[in-house]
Write a protein that binds this ligand. Sequence first.
Ligand code: SRM
Ligand code: SF4
Length: 581
Amino acid sequence: MTARPKSNAPSGVEAIKAASHHLRGTLAEQLHNSTDHFDESGKQLLKFHGLYQQDDRDQRKVARTAEKTHSFMLRTRVPGGVLTAEQYLAHDDLAQRYANGALRITTRQCFQFHGILKGDLQATMRGLNDALLTSLGACGDVVRNVACCPAPLHDPIRRQIQAVTRQISDHLLPRTRAYHELWIDGEKVALDPPQQEEVEPIYGKTYLPRKFKIAIAYPGDNCVDVYTQDIGLVAIAHGDRLLGFNVIVGGGMGMNHTKVDTFPRLGDLIGFVTPEQVLSVVEAIVLVQRDYGNRSDRKHARMKYLLHEWGVARFVATVEERLGWTLAPAAPLPHLENELHHGWHAQGDGRWFLGLSVENGRIKDEGDLQLRSGLRAVIEQFRPGVRLTPNQDILLTDIAPGDIPAINALLATFGIPLPSALSVVQRHALACVALPTCGLALAEAERALPDVIDALEVELARLGLAEEPFTVRMTGCPNGCARPYVADLAFVGRSADAYVVYVGGASNGTRLNQPYKDLVKREQLIETVRPLLELFRSRRQPGERFGDFCHRIGVTALQTLVNSTLSEEEAHVAVDASVAL
Ligand code: SRM
Ligand code: SF4
């Protein structure tokens, strides 16, 4: 039997976008009907407005019926993670009033609410709008939240890259009035027919083939994981002068365990642009993806697959053709580290900032740790600036030095530890949301990682590795929302309660890791990793990180060593031999 050729017909989502009159569809009618949910095309369009229709998957089991009770996840768009105290407090109020009482910091410096009911959507979005916030373009086939190193240090480079972040974000925000009509102006939508002449100058009627991600790194600081973005920009500076940006394109994490033609990919460095050129170059790259990205198969629609199919040279030539000029060669890349920005730091302008570690980004009150109430109390009383980090943490900024003791004391009353009281491994760990809200989760992540980290802490302490910085990331499925494939060690959900263990990434996000063992049960994760940590402890080179060690030895050699019956001494000889090969 001959294989059927793949169809090039646009996917169903393309048809929904095309017929939607710039993201309106029948959302207005559906919003006011008597059901608790939207139909399939409504679900797709809602994403562009920052909304996901979900149901509580724990409840599915309890209810034992096919009937789901729907609620919504709402993601706000927070360019560079920068919020005022008032905007933080508005999020906190809305979480209490309309969502499940918790806030979730995301890996792209946004906030998510979970559990909003359909009848409360308009009120929630009006509340955001009143605080000068939006969820437009936080999800959907557009440029998502533009990420940027959030540290508020008083240096001109940081100020400029934050300004470029805002500029790129504003420039690539959808122009449709649908968001305001539907959620903010409310009734008006029923009176006015959609304006047929409305135009989206960048996106057109069908927007992009798929989501699109952009991030900017400060020289030397890769907390945004530039290599995993559709476009990663690394600032290049000379002293206090921003010379421009190195441009990296075609990164992405998502894959499917069983489809070998889907894969994580690191971006390619394609050249250097000045601050004056950066917006036109970013726009040209987005337009190339808009016009040539795959619109028939959403599993291959990310720009990384265009890079993979075309190769870098053709991609760059197409971008340059659109620009009408050629890109300058890339500048030497500064060495990158993944800075967490934890603890107290002088900003350099007489003020201080405090970076707090938020376990898996979840701001809630639980037991002795009253994180939500404590943050609220500090922010209400001291009115600091607030920044969300790509490591799912929070920075409280612009604090007068005289307020530091009172803030430390107030945090302590709510049981909130300073990062120095936490283990190194916990502070570097990330988990995606997964169950119970994520419809794509195959296994637990956010709810499972704390216990895994507790067990790992014990092992690391036993081996004298407690101070060893390395990244541990867990996701409930292979889509890669916590960017697991660049971590030193990752656990990626494979089936209910089983994971693929990955090792050998780089803590600074510059190398992909490799699958080490498949279908490992959650309770066996630590015993699977233990022999690797033992080998690392005894055979590492001076200063070598765990991921670098696993990469140097190689996954196959590690598997052979761990599965063999060699004595410890023989294993060491074998390690040396495998490295020498
Ligand atoms: Fe993600 C889908 C959560 C960052 C790759 N992601 C989802 C959805 C919306 C599930 C769905 O489609 O039904 C998840 C909602 C769960 C929930 O209940 O809240 C979800 N992704 C998240 C967040 C909240 C994870 C977190 O724990 O912080 C992050 C929100 C970021 C934001 O503020 O915009 C999040 N997602 C990422 C990242 C990391 C990043 O952007 O730096 C990635 C990997 C990078 C990339 O895009 O390649 C990522 N999410 C995906 C994918 C795979 C896309 C692909 O190319 O194949 C999906 C599935 C999809 O799009 O079909 C997905
Ligand atoms: Fe859901 Fe998978 Fe993303 Fe985790 S990685 S939030 S399980 S889509």
